[in-house]
Design a binder for this molecule. Sequence first.
Ligand code: ADP
Ligand code: 5GP
Length: 209
Amino acid sequence: MQLTLKKGILFVLSGPSGAGKNTLLNAVLEKVPEVYYSVSATTRPSRPGEVHGRNYFFLSPEEFKQGIEAGEFLEWTEFCGHYYGTPRRFIDEQLAEGKSVIMDIDINGAAQIKRQLPQVVSVFLLPPNLTVLHQRLVGRASEGEKAIRERLDKALCEVQALADYDYVIVNEDLHLAVERMKAIIMAERQRVSRIDCQRIIDQVTRGNV
Ligand code: ADP
Ligand code: 5GP
């Protein structure tokens, strides 16, 4: 029997650049049905293999500023010299239809979301240590040395926000991290406060024994 949610669940995943948020989410979204990824807008240049509309909406700074003025972003921030923001409409539509959404956003964005939507479920992804984080950023080869240094410096301040989150996952073994993220999603879907109780009671008690 499928539990019907009263409203979709909004999940936020944050963590230092290189912690493995994208890698984790790709694996989770492949395995967990009915959770949708919130595609952010950004002014940073696309990396090889990134697709407009799938990984990000790649905008010029002017287009991004127009979006801010038009109130199109649920939250937005500046991160390492580029703008990043969450298109509001997709989130509103999915949640209203009872679908769950996962956002990969930084700690500033997560704080903005928490103020607007306190029922959000927030997860912080940590690397096992900063040496591993450095190796992952170097291995990803998407930024130069200077940008990697900037992201590592930022990581030191970002991890201080851990206590503001609901859940933590240390991404050492990817398979384990994926299982833990799946477990968080599944547990949140079983919360009595999120489901249509009367409907389940009616289904269970229908008919005589
Ligand atoms: P983020 O989205 O947090 O910036 P990515 O998902 O791009 O991070 O991961 C950064 C790099 O680390 C990628 O090259 C990815 O393949 C690698 N990576 C992610 N998780 C693990 C892991 N558990 N073990 C080893 N490498 C990992
Ligand atoms: P990257 O350039 O590595 O894709 O992302 C850099 C940082 O921006 C990551 O910490 C990521 O979580 C964050 N980010 C991506 N999209 C958004 C967004 O829409 N809003 C906010 N606030 N942060 C975002």
